[in-house]
Structures are given as C-alpha cells and as structure tokens.
Design a protein around this ligand. Structure first.
Ligand SMILES: Cc1ncc(COP(=O)(O)O)c(C=O)c1O
Length: 438
C-alpha cells in the first residue's frame, strides 16, 4: 500500500497496532471510536466519522423546555413512580393511537431509562417466563448490544440474517425455527439498525400470525419511529401509519426511544409498551423466578424496580411534551430528522461512484429508504481489511459481522455525525482510496 495516504500512514498504523485486534471486524464500536479519537488528536485531521449512531442534530426544544420547567418546579427531589408519570403514560398511549392506529391503555406504557433498559428488562422476563421456551430469536442484522444483554443475563438466543428471507420466504424460515417449540420471543428493529431495511406490512403480518400460532412474544424495537422517509408517517390520525406487528398479533412489546427521532439520547429516555392482553397475562414460571406471575407487573415491579427504580423524572416530562405536541398536530416530529435521509442519499452516491457496493439495497422490489444508516462493501476486500484501509483515508465505520449479517462481509455507515461541509473531503478521500485499491 502506498504510504502517502490522506491521514499520516505511520500514525494510523501505530494506533491500529496498539489496539491489538488483528481483524478489525472484531472491534467494538467503542474501540473504533477510541482509535479514531487518538488519530484525530495526533494528526489534527478530522475524520468522516461513520462508526457511532449518535444523533447529529440539536435536541428537540419542546423536550428541553418541558424538562427545564419540570426541574424548576422541583421534580428532581422526588422519585418518579416506577411505571412512569401519568402524563407520559397517557401521551404515549395517544401517540401510539395517533401514529400507529393501535389501541393500548396507558397502564402498559412504561417509562424506561433508554430503550436499552426496556430491552434488558423485557429480555429478562421473556427468557424466564416459560421453562420450555428458553431461547429468543433475533431477526438479524440487529443491534449488537442487545445480544450482549442476553449474554449478561445468561439467556439463550439464536438468529438468522433476513437478507435471503424477505417477503414470502420469511414465513417458511420462521416456521422452521418456531416449530421447534423452544423460542420465547422474536426481536427486530424497524427501520433496522444497521441495514436500514424496513419490513413491510406483509412481512409484519407473517411475523404476527406466527407469533400467535406459536405463542411467542414479538419485541418490536422502534428506535427509528417514523423514519422511513419514503412515506409521510407524521400526520396524526391519518394513514399511512408506522407499520407494526401489533396490527397482526396481541403478543407484542414495543420499544420507543427518544434518542434518535427526538435527538434526545443524552437524557436516556424511552418507553416500553406492552399490549393490553400481555400486560395482565399470567406466566407461572415468572412467579418462580421473580415472585410475580403477571408479565406487566413482573417487568415493572420486579425488574425495573431492581434495575433503576424508574426513569429520569424530568426526562419523562420532556418525552410527554414531545409526544403531546406531535399528537396535537403542532410538531412534525419527522421533519428535523429528514436531514439524515438527505445526507445518506448524497453519501451513498459518492461511495458507489468510487466502486463501493451498497449491501442491503432493496426492500423486496422497492429501493431502500435513505436514512440514518447504510451498508457498504468493497469488492475483493474483507470487512476487517476495509475498516483498517479506510482509516488511512480518514473514514471510519464498523463491521456488520457483530450485527449478525452473514451474507456479505461489509460495514455499517452511520450518517448522523457527518456535516455537509465534509462532503468534499469525503469525495477526495474516496477517490484516493479507489485509485489505490482499484
Ligand atoms: C435498534 C436500536 N435499539 C435501541 C437503541 C438504544 O436506544 P436508547 O438510546 O433509547 O437506549 C438503539 C440506539 O442506537 C438502536 O439503534
């Protein structure tokens, strides 16, 4: 490799070697963050940082203002109720009706410390609710930290890459797994982190019908609620609605995060929503493990109580206010984050111009939406090699391997931190990369 690279070759080499991970496709996001921080500091060069999914926009003002008000009113001194403050519970139920056309009572709308916590608590409950069903199923690619959560819990999971099982093929694949009888839950995000595929209504119907047939619970992670920018999903009480498995089964738990759609990641605020029928359903094995047999009760008063005894009091006022403004039709919550789609459109064009391939490029016969993430491969280059080679060209991204993507060894690129003013740099670096590796 020519050592005259856009970022000083010796510096990149030094820090990559210090990381001591021979194949960078095994590095975690935080390890890539660390090495890029070190190189940036040593060289004064700014990277095109596509490794971490942090919001790149200002936090939604409606949230910060409501939160400041709540703090001024003194809520910081009081513990919030574990299940969430009544305002948030009510506005969550309303938001779900307004933008999904799904009915759920406020009781099942529970405040959590980020969707990370909602996931953790629900995975605990689902893993121990029925001794005969000891394994969760991820429809991958997926969010790697959720699998880490399973490892921490000590519970089993399996997964498959949905790439080859879209549309009608999904039914047969799922039947094959579910008919073994050991699966307790199906977990996926929609839109999907990391690939940005969006499962459509037919696919969600398949998942929902089979969840009912095999009595498994679907955890639908809506961290990117409404962010399929191909459709206008932010007009209250008017279709199209955010697609959901909840239209096709009663066995659902949703995770809705404020982090991405409201750019509110710092306050660690989310809701977990449990369907009315599941909330009160009794699972005798849950009682043995947690001392409470009803799913909703066990999650709130056994698990969330143990984990953090509730979620940030002021943050809950923020999320309630943002949900309310959206349902009242006073705040088009998707409008600000559309910027990510615009960035992705331009960046995907640049990558493909210089020989990269977009791996997940279709939702069946429809072009993939442009959004928060996209996926790339470079012909003839393995994922780990590609991560390392791109570092010399001032571009950072993470491997898809840890996300359970099995059909191509590629990378996830996140657009959120990239400024439009960096596009010239990006093009220059990609051009140089293509010249070196053509
Ligand atoms: C699919 C998915 N689920 C959950 C989360 C975590 O959300 P939170 O910040 O609310 O914990 C993320 C964040 O990147 C995500 O991409």
């Amino acid at each position: 490799m020519d050592t005259n690279t856009p970022i000083k070759f010796d510096v990149v080499k030094k820090y990559v070697e210090e990381l001591n991970i021979p194949d960078l496709s095994n590095a975690t996001i935080r390890e890539i963050v660390k090495v890029v921080d070190q190189i940036e500091e040593a060289t004064d060069d700014k990277f095109i940082r596509m490794e971490m999914g942090v919001p790149g926009l200002e936090p939604e003002k409606i949230g910060t203002e409501a939160e400041i008000e709540a703090l001024k009113a003194g809520v910081a001194k009081n513990y919030p109720s574990i299940e969430g403050i009544p305002e948030l519970k009510k506005e969550t139920s309303r938001f779900i009706k307004s933008f999904m056309n799904i009915d759920v009572s406020p009781e099942g709308c529970i405040a959590t410390t980020g969707s990370m916590q909602g996931g953790y608590a629900s995975f605990q409950a689902l893993s121990f609710m029925d001794k005969k069903k000891d394994t969760a199923l991820f429809i991958d690619p997926g969010f790697p930290i959720q699998k880490q959560q399973f490892k921490v819990i000590g519970a089993k999971f399996e997964s498959f890459d949905v790439y080859n099982y879209r549309g009608e093929k999904l039914r047969e694949k799922l039947e094959g797994v579910l008919s073994k009888g050991n699966i307790n839950s199906i977990i996926f995000s929609n839109p999907n982190n990391p690939s940005w595929i969006c499962l459509n209504d037919n696919e969600l119907q398949t998942i929902g019908e089979l969840a009912t047939k095999y009595d498994v619970i679907v955890v639908e992670d809506l961290a990117y609620f409404g962010m399929d920018f191909r459709k206008k999903l932010s007009i209250p009480n008017e279709p199209p609605f955010q697609p959901s498995v909840a239209n096709y089964t009663d066995n659902w738990i949703m995770l809705i995060s404020s982090s991405k759609v409201f750019s509110y990641a710092g306050q660690r605020m989310a809701v977990m929503v449990i369907s009315d029928s599941l909330y009160h359903r009794s699972y005798p094995d849950l009682a043995e493990r947690f001392g409470a047999d009803r799913l909703g009760y066990a999650i709130v008063y056994r698990l969330l109580y143990s984990l953090s005894s509730g979620a940030s009091h002021s943050g809950q006022y923020a999320l309630a206010a943002m949900f309310k403004a959206a349902s009242d039709g006073k705040f088009d919550f998707v409008e600000p984050v559309k910027e990510y789609g615009e960035r992705a459109k331009i960046m995907k064009k640049l990558f493909t111009k210089y020989g990269f391939e977009i791996i997940y490029d279709k939702d069946l016969d429809e072009d993939l939406a442009d959004g928060f993430y996209f996926t790339i491969a470079y012909p003839g280059m393995k994922g780990g090699e590609l991560i390392e080679n791109l570092l010399y060209y001032g571009i950072s991204a993470i491997s898809l391997k840890g996300a359970g993507s099995t059909h191509v060894d590629g990378l996830r690129a996140c657009v959120s931190q990239i400024k439009r003013s960096q596009f010239d740099d990006l093009e220059y670096r990609l051009k140089r990369f293509a010249e070196e590796f053509k």
